[in-house]
Design a protein around this ligand. Structure first.
Ligand SMILES: Cc1cc2nc3c(=O)[nH]c(=O)nc-3n(C[C@H](O)[C@H](O)[C@H](O)COP(=O)(O)OP(=O)(O)OC[C@H]3O[C@@H](n4cnc5c(N)ncnc54)[C@H](O)[C@@H]3O)c2cc1C
Length: 444
C-alpha cells in the first residue's frame, strides 16, 4: 500500500455542529428530533459522501439501493443547508436558461440536459410516493406569472415545451389568472401541473432514513476535515474518525470551504431569503385562491405559496453576496408582497431565514471528477430540488459503471469564479436585473 499522500489539506473553516436553523420546516418536525451520532473510529466503505443535502442524500440512496457500502457525513445535520431551508419548488430546468445552455453546448445537448432536469423532478416525486415520505406534503402545480405584457411569448413557450419534450403546460391570460389570484400586477401565466411544491426538510430527512434502511451509514456533527489519497482509494478524516473509501463524493453546496481547493475556487456562495407570515387565512384568501405555488418571472425573482392549508404565505426572494440580517430582508420581502397584493398590507411576518446557494459563473451545476475517484456535485444555484437529484443519480450511475451521463455536465466545469471581484459582479448583476425588471414593468 502506498503511503498516504495529502491531497487536499487546505484549511477548512470548522464550525461547531449545529442543530437545524429555526426555519418553518423545522417547526413541522414532531419533537424530539435527536441528531445522529458523530463518527468515532475507522470505517471501510465503498463510497464516502461529504455533505447531507439533496445532492449527497440522493447519491447515497441510489448507491445503497444498488447494494454498495455507503457512508455519508454532514458537519451539522442532514438537510441542515439549503436543502432544508428552500422555497420547496420542484420544477424542471436549471438556474441557467435554455438558450444560454444551447449557446454553449448546442441545441441537441441542451435538449438532453433539459430532459434530465425533468427526470430529476420525477425522481423526487417517485421517491416521495415509493418511500412513503408523506410528511413532505407534495402539492401539485406551479404558476410562472409575468408582470408585463409578454404578447405571444408565453403561448409560444407552451407550444415549444409540448413539441420538444412532450411536456404540457397551460397558458392563462389576465382573465384566467383572476380565478387564482387577485393582484393588479400580473398579465399572463403558464401553469405547470407536473411541477409541485413540498416540505424539503421532511423530504431530505425521509431520504436519509430510506438510505439507512438500505444499509447506508449516516453521521451528523461530523465535518470532513481532509481528504488524502491512499493507493487507488482515499482517506477522509473527521475530528474523531477516519473513513477509508474507494470513491469520495463531495456535495457541500453553498457551504463548501477549502476541503477541495478546486471546488472552493469555482463557486460563489450566494445568500437568499424566505419569510413566513402570521396565520390569517381569511385575509390571505382575498389575495391568493390557489393551492399551486407562484413564481414571479422577474429576473431577480420572487416566489411564494400557501402553507398550513392556506393559513400562511411562505414568500422567498432577494439575494445578497453575504448573509445580511434576515429581519431587514424580511421587511424587503414584505414590501414586495404588499406591492403585489396591496390587500395584504396588514399581514405580519412570523419568521424569516436565510440560506446559502452555490453558484458557478456559468450558472450550471458542476458535476464531475476532480480526479479519478474524487467526485463533485455542486453549484445547483436557486434551482436545486430537481438538479441535485439528477446530479446525485448520474454520479451514482457513474460509480456503478451504469452510464456516462455525468459527462453531459463536463462543458460546465470548475471555472474560477473571480473571487471577491466575482462576488461584486454578482451583486451588481442582481441590481442591474432589478432595474431592468422595473423598466420592463413600467412599460406594461
Ligand atoms: C432560501 C433558499 C430558497 C431556495 N428555493 C429553492 C426552490 O424553491 N426550489 C429549488 O429548486 N431550489 C431552491 N433553492 C436552491 C436549493 O435549495 C439548492 O440548490 C440545493 O438545496 C443545494 O443542495 P446541495 O445538496 O448542493 O447543498 P446543501 O443542501 O446546502 O447541503 C450541503 C451540506 O454540506 C454540509 N457540509 C459542508 N461542508 C461539509 C464538510 N466539510 N463536512 C461535512 N459536511 C459538510 C453542510 O452542512 C450541508 O448540510 C433555494 C435555496 C435557498 C438557500
Amino acid at each position: 500500500m502506498n503511503a498516504p499522500a495529502p491531497m487536499a489539506s487546505a484549511p477548512h473553516t470548522r464550525t461547531a455542529p449545529q442543530d437545524y436553523a429555526d426555519v418553518w420546516y423545522r417547526r413541522q418536525i414532531p419533537a424530539p428530533a435527536p441528531a445522529r451520532p458523530a463518527l468515532r473510529g475507522t470505517i471501510d466503505t465503498d463510497i464516502c459522501i461529504i455533505g447531507g443535502g439533496l445532492a449527497g442524500l440522493t447519491a447515497a440512496h441510489e448507491l445503497a439501493r444498488a447494494g454498495r457500502r455507503v457512508v455519508l457525513v454532514d458537519q451539522h445535520r442532514v438537510g441542515w443547508g439549503a436543502s432544508g431551508r428552500n422555497g420547496g419548488f420542484v420544477s424542471p430546468g436549471y438556474a441557467q436558461g435554455f438558450d444560454k445552455i444551447a449557446a454553449r453546448v448546442g441545441e441537441p445537448a441542451a435538449i438532453e440536459l433539459h430532459k434530465m432536469s425533468i427526470e430529476g423532478m420525477e425522481i423526487v416525486a417517485g421517491n416521495i410516493r415509493d418511500l412513503g415520505i408523506t410528511e413532505a406534503h407534495p402539492q401539485p402545480g406551479i404558476f410562472g406569472m409575468v408582470r408585463y405584457d409578454a404578447g405571444k411569448a408565453l403561448a409560444q413557450r407552451r407550444d415549444w415545451l409540448l413539441r420538444t419534450f412532450g411536456y404540457e403546460v397551460e397558458h392563462l391570460d389576465r382573465a384566467g389568472l383572476s380565478r387564482h389570484v387577485t393582484s393588479p400586477v400580473y398579465h399572463q401565466a403558464l401553469h405547470d401541473a407536473n411541477a409541485f411544491h413540498f416540505d424539503p426538510l421532511a423530504y431530505a430527512r425521509g431520504l436519509a432514513r430510506a438510505a439507512e434502511s438500505l444499509g447506508a451509514q449516516v453521521f451528523e456533527a461530523t465535518p470532513a476535515t481532509t481528504i488524502e489519497r491512499e493507493g487507488a482509494g482515499r482517506i477522509v478524516r473527521t475530528p474523531e474518525g477516519r473513513i477509508n473509501a474507494q470513491h469520495v463524493v463531495v456535495t457541500t453546496g453553498g457551504y463548501t470551504t477549502g476541503l477541495v481547493p478546486a471546488m472552493a475556487r469555482a463557486f460563489l456562495p450566494i445568500a437568499t431569503y424566505v419569510m413566513v407570515t402570521r396565520a390569517d387565512p381569511d385575509l390571505i384568501a382575498r389575495a391568493i385562491h390557489t393551492t399551486s405555488a407562484i413564481g414571479d418571472d422577474r429576473r431577480a425573482g420572487d416566489y411564494y405559496r400557501l402553507v398550513e392549508g392556506g393559513k400562511r404565505i411562505l414568500w422567498g426572494g432577494k439575494i445578497t453576496t453575504r448573509t445580511t440580517e434576515p429581519r431587514h430582508l424580511g421587511r424587503l420581502l414584505h414590501r414586495t408582497m404588499t406591492s403585489t397584493y396591496p390587500q395584504l398590507a396588514g399581514l405580519e411576518i412570523e419568521m424569516v431565514w436565510s440560506g446559502l446557494m452555490s453558484y458557478a459563473r456559468h450558472l450550471m451545476p458542476q458535476i464531475g471528477q476532480v480526479e479519478p475517484g474524487l467526485w463533485h456535485a455542486t453549484a445547483f444555484g436557486g434551482h436545486g430540488m430537481n438538479t441535485t437529484t439528477i446530479g446525485g443519480r448520474v454520479i451514482a450511475e457513474a460509480i456503478l459503471g451504469q452510464s456516462e451521463r455525468w459527462r453531459r455536465f463536463t462543458p460546465f466545469g470548475l471555472d474560477w469564479t473571480g473571487g471577491l471581484i466575482g462576488m461584486a459582479a454578482v451583486q451588481l448583476t442582481y441590481w442591474k436585473l432589478q432595474a431592468e425588471d422595473y423598466w420592463r414593468e413600467r412599460k406594461g
